[in-house]
Structures are given as C-alpha cells and as structure tokens.
Design a protein around this ligand. Structure first.
Ligand code: B12
Length: 217
C-alpha cells in the first residue's frame, strides 16, 4: 500500500493519473475518511515540510496542491439528489484564508454522512457569507483556519453566525485550531474540532458531542 511520502512524490511530479490509481487502490481496503486522514493529509503536510526546508519551490507546491485537489474531487461519493429534508451545512474559509483542501475534505465527509452541502470555498468575505446563510438557512456552518493569526477574524465570523436566526451550529477546524490553545477558543460558542477524526465522531454519533473528543462550548 502506498505511503504518504510516496504519494507526495507523485503529487510533486504532477502525476495525477498514477496518484489516482494509487488512491483508488487504497480505497479498496480503506474508507474515504481513512484516505483523507491517513494518506492525503500527511502527504500534503510532507509537501509543507519540503517547502519550509526549501527543498521544493512554490511552483512545486502549487502543482502538488492541484493534483491533491483533483484526487479529492475524483473520489467524491455523489449520492442521488436528496429529498430536501437533509440537514444543511455551509463550508467556507474566512477572508484572507487561501488554504482549501481541508475544507473540501470536510465537505465530502458531510456529504457522505447524508448532509446537503454548500461548499463556498476559501477567502469568503463575511458579508457574503452572512448573505448566503440568510438565504439558505443552514443547520450548520463549518469554518477552517490554517494559520493561527487568522483566529481573530474567525472569532468575528463565529459571533456573527451565532447571531443568525435560526442559529446554526458553528464548527471550527483546521491546522490553526490544532496548533492553538483550545482554551482560547472555548468561549466563542463554536464546536472546535481538532481533526477529521473528531468530525467523524460528531457526524456518526449524532447531535450531542461528548466531552473528551470535542471542545464544545
Ligand atoms: C498548499 C499550501 C498552500 C497553498 C494553498 C493552496 C490551497 N488551495 O489550499 C498556498 C500557496 C496558497 C499557500 C499559501 C500560504 N501558506 Co500554505 N501551505 C500549503 C500546504 C503545503 C498544504 C496545505 C494543505 O492542503 N494541507 C492538507 C489539508 C488536508 O490539511 P489541513 O488544511 O490542515 O486540513 C486538515 C485538518 O486541519 C482538518 N480541517 C481543516 N479544516 C477543517 C474544518 C473543520 C470544520 C474540521 C472539522 C476539520 C478541518 O481536516 C483536514 C483533513 O485532515 C501547507 C502544509 C500543511 N501542513 O498543511 C502549507 C502551510 C499551511 N502554509 C504555510 C504558510 C506560511 C503559507 C503562507 C503564509 C506563505 C506565504 N508566505 O505566502 C501563505 C498564506 C496564504 C493565505 N493567505 O492563506 C505554513 C503555515 C505555517 C504556520 N506558521 O502556520 C504551512 C504549514 C507550510 C509550512 N510548513 O511552512 N499554502
């Protein structure tokens, strides 16, 4: 079975065809959640390390991202159109945030768990996010932040979303969350999920997060 670093090499070589072959092979014995958590995320984190150490350049990292993006889309399980009674989630990154592969994975996991998803992508200004939420009235809004200095902006988004009527559940995740002190994020009223594993448990165990896996406030 392919390892994350080997997959990262295929990403960096721009070898989308072989990357997809390997990923489909992995999926013969693993779930989509495992693919995201155990193979694709570590592969991209490895790309990040190579970039940080100047072993690869910006163009290489962009190419790797594009291939990863392609693979995430290619393994998406699109089910039949729902009957309109599914729970609804809006998924987005705040203004200034360019990282979006994690958001796409989160969208996919909601979809596979039967939710109706509007993936609004990264870098969405607050006014537009609020406008979309007022029109669509989602049950939940999932936000992602990759960089710790994004957290003050995220807090503004959370507060504004929680003022909506009807009030959605607001999820916050992303690399910044797993690097930050969760205590600092507690009093914002969002459910802070440190990784896809925690999201999976929330999605499969129902509405009430249990202490110990989610930092629910
Ligand atoms: C690709 C990449 C880019 C691309 C993004 C392209 C894109 N469309 O996404 C580009 C070139 C735009 C970019 C830019 C920058 N980047 Co960048 N980037 C990366 C890289 C290599 C991979 C990102 C990625 O796709 N990861 C894979 C995904 C799946 O991981 P993830 O986002 O963490 O998501 C997972 C979890 O966090 C979680 N999750 C995420 N969101 C949510 C939400 C919810 C609700 C839940 C439940 C879970 C969840 O689930 C996901 C699946 O496991 C990372 C390395 C890394 N460690 O991630 C650096 C990295 C994040 N970038 C970094 C930096 C510094 C930058 C820049 C500031 C560089 C610069 N000087 O311009 C800019 C900032 C841009 C901006 N304004 O946002 C640093 C951050 C370091 C730090 N101190 O925080 C990193 C870590 C690289 C490094 N090692 O130095 N980057």
């Amino acid at each position: 079975m392919i390892q994350p670093k080997q997959l990262a090499e295929l990403f960096l070589a721009g070898n989308d065809a072989e990357a997809l072959v390997q990923v489909r092979r992995f999926l013969e014995e693993h779930t989509q959640h495992e693919l995201f958590a155990r193979l694709l995320t570590p592969a991209m984190y490895h790309v990040g390390e190579l970039w940080e150490n100047n072993e690869i350049g910006v163009a290489d990292e962009h190419l790797a991202t594009a291939v990863c993006d392609f693979v995430v889309s290619a393994v998406e399980n699109r089910k039949q159109q729902g009957d309109g009674t599914e729970r609804k989630v809006m998924v987005l990154g705040p203004e200034g945030e360019d990282h979006y592969i994690g958001l796409k994975m989160v969208s996919s996991r909601f979809r596979e768990n039967g939710w109706s998803v509007k993936y609004l992508g990264p870098n969405l200004p607050l006014d537009h996010a609020l406008d979309a939420a007022k029109r669509w009235k989602p049950d939940a809004i999932a936000l992602s932040a990759a960089l710790v200095y994004r957290l003050p902006v995220i807090k503004t988004y959370i507060n504004e979303f929680l003022d909506l009527d009807p009030k959605p559940i607001v999820f916050l995740g992303g690399r910044a969350v797993s690097k930050a002190n969760p205590e600092a994020l507690r009093n914002e009223g969002a459910i802070v999920l440190e990784d896809l594993e925690q999201l999976e448990r929330w999605l499969t165990m129902g509405e009430e997060p249990q202490d110990g896996y989610g930092i629910s406030v």
